[in-house]
Write a protein that binds this ligand. Structure first.
Ligand SMILES: [Zn+2]
Ligand SMILES: [Zn+2]
Length: 130
């Protein structure tokens, strides 16, 4: 099952309108520069800004390459699995990837840290989908 991209995965469960700013979360493999975002193995959903800040606000930062784990701060190995969030706008129906993404990630966590209590809200979504 794949989360519906037009609905907030956070508490509010509200419809996300076209062009609305969202946090978009994937699990995927880390790639070093020149790649900006890790690959997209599994889509974990779109959050409205309010819900994501409420649930994960304590982890949100802004990083450019080379990224390091938001929780343990270590650098990533090529292609290791990470869960990460980018900010963008909801695209038209039929498209998944957020548009107008910057060249940064706002949360990026190594597999060793997925079960950290501070990451619980996202890890629970991952567990439900995998
Ligand atoms: Zn929401
Ligand atoms: Zn870590």
């Amino acid at each position: 099952m794949t989360p519906r991209p037009e609905k907030c995965v956070g508490n509010c469960k509200r419809e996300i309108s076209l062009g609305q700013t969202i946090f978009q979360v994937y699990e995927g493999g880390y790639w070093s520069t020149p790649y900006i975002t890790p690959d997209r193995h599994m889509f974990l959903g779109n959050w409205c800004v309010d819900c994501f800040q409420r649930d994960l606000g304590h982890l949100i930062s802004s990083q450019v390459q080379p990224y390091s784990c938001t929780i343990c701060q270590r650098p990533f190995l090529e292609h290791e699995p990470v869960i990460y969030a980018t900010v963008g706008t909801r695209p038209a129906a039929g498209y998944l990837r957020a548009e107008k993404r910057g060249n940064e990630v706002h949360v990026i966590v190594c597999q060793d840290c997925w079960q950290d209590p501070s990451f619980e809200k996202l890890y629970r979504v991952y567990r439900l989908l995998s």
